[in-house]
Design a protein around this ligand. Sequence first.
Ligand SMILES: *[C@@H]1O[C@H](CO)[C@@H](O)[C@H](O)[C@H]1NC(C)=O
Ligand SMILES: *[C@@H]1O[C@H](CO)[C@@H](O)[C@H](O)[C@H]1NC(C)=O
Ligand SMILES: *[C@@H]1O[C@H](CO)[C@@H](O)[C@H](O)[C@H]1NC(C)=O
Length: 313
Amino acid sequence: MTTFPLFHLPLVAMEHVLCMMNPCELIDLSGVSTRVHRTVASFSRTKSKFQVVIAFTEERRISISVGDECWTLRWTEKKSEVDKNVSETNQFSKHLPKILMGAYNYIKDVLKCQLHLVYFHLDSFPNQNKLITDWLGVQAIDNIKIGNVDEETNDDLKYLGSNITVKEKFMLTTSDYKDDFQMEIPTMSSEILITNSRFINFEQFLRLKNPHIAFFRSLVTDQELNKFLKSWMACKSHLSLEAFEINVSGPEAMEIIMDLPHEETADENAEETFKKKFNNPVVENWFDIKRCDGNVATVGFRYDKHRFFMLTR
Ligand SMILES: *[C@@H]1O[C@H](CO)[C@@H](O)[C@H](O)[C@H]1NC(C)=O
Ligand SMILES: *[C@@H]1O[C@H](CO)[C@@H](O)[C@H](O)[C@H]1NC(C)=O
Ligand SMILES: *[C@@H]1O[C@H](CO)[C@@H](O)[C@H](O)[C@H]1NC(C)=O
């Protein structure tokens, strides 16, 4: 086998070679020596373009993508290959979060990437949710999707809400909570989506500053939505709000919510604008409302799905 004198190449030529390598090859290469590690890392610093997804779920994976290409590292138990018994399997699961975190720390060090998306299922490693959260708390996270199936992990969820920072989208797809459950929502996230927002009362809703808010199964009432719009019009809350959607009671909701100064929308492309911003808003009535500083928002109703939409201009 001939060896390739990568490190004897002029810098530009060497960068050319590194440019052609995929992330797994770069990671492999970085293990050769401390010097190589340093070179690959400083190359990555200038080229930082990899997006990393980490899944603390049954999938246990880390994916690294660039453009349309994606490489995935998976940690499986290989039950069939080695005849592991139950206690050994549990041992392995117990260490998985640490293995994933360690692997990502190394990848980050070499590729200078940040976490594009984290999948975190609170039931997958229930005893280690705090450990994972503390680690997530010191990472730069763009998006996170959190799930659970029962309320056993409520305290962990609460801890998570107060201890992580998410830049873009914070998605909570948890299904159940204890009756008195409450948690804080990361304020820095530009977008929050909560599939069961039962725990967010009107008072907490008024405090939210996230630009894009999507609530499903919310207990905020039609009357409260009317109060919210009035508060928005008076420049008293949600000053940075751009898009908002929530469930309402039904067709009768419109009259209650719109019991305030409004007019037919002046935006002829309202339908298109809404389609771009929301998932499937076949909205039927459009209105413009005005804020005290002159800003205008268009609101719309979708009756079959009992939903209310709002978009500021
Ligand atoms: C599982 O592994 C442990 C430790 O190696 C061993 O003591 C135990 O007998 C094994 N159990 C079964 C059911 O094979
Ligand atoms: C983490 O969250 C808990 C609430 O569950 C809070 O008491 C604690 O102060 C938070 N820790 C940090 C470092 O913010
Ligand atoms: C929104 O959905 C939840 C759960 O389905 C329901 O309890 C609530 O009453 C709905 N909101 C309104 C304003 O009707």
